[in-house]
Design a binder for this molecule. Sequence first.
Ligand code: AP5
Length: 195
Amino acid sequence: MVNLILFGPPGSGKGTQSANIIEKYGLLHLSTGDLLRSEIAGKTPLGLEAQKFIDQGLLVPDEVVIGMISTKLDANPEARGFIFDGFPRTTVQAEALDKLLALKKTSISVVLSLEVPEDELVRRLLDRGLTSGRSDDASEDVVKKRIVEYHNKTAPVADHYAKFGKLKKVKGEGTIEHIFELLSKEIEELMGVRV
Ligand code: AP5
């Protein structure tokens, strides 16, 4: 089983590259951002609560997203592997994920970290905000707040996996196709060893 974390700040290309990876390698995509947006669209109590945090560029409480991921893992016992996108985003989430996977006798294979300079992230997100309708892309203030949250709370997750030798940095600038080639090389190296 191959389990990937596609890691990186807001706008680094996690969602874009996840779509390419699931198509080519048949992994199951688990994006906490997508799961939360679907709860918001359904106006569920969880969605209404989460929206308050998302609109301010803040992280949703750990227990909410850990619960969502736990449910999805239980619901997909036949998956040949998972790609986690936007999760884990705190060390508490990373430790919870490690435990959930250990219960299923598996673990994270690699964390692929997309490295993109901050001015490029802001440009991409504000461009997308013009057409996506995502409330958290709509203003520069909120976009910058998301990046601050990333540095304060999410960047330490990379250190958590680096300790176990599982962190691989990948240059996230250039064409989407070129970045996908770099990611594919890492994934195939891993599959060559583990599959
Ligand atoms: P989430 O949906 O996870 O958003 P994010 O991490 O902020 O990521 P984005 O979707 O904005 O960026 P991305 O890296 O996926 O890049 P993308 O491929 O879209 O989370 C949203 C919110 O939900 C969070 O702020 C938080 O409140 C909450 N949340 C979610 N998970 C949580 C968790 N685990 N814990 C707590 N709270 C959580 O690309 C961005 C743009 O750039 C696109 O327009 C794309 O077309 C473009 N682009 C991509 N690649 C390139 C390229 N190579 N060149 C030029 N443009 C490119």
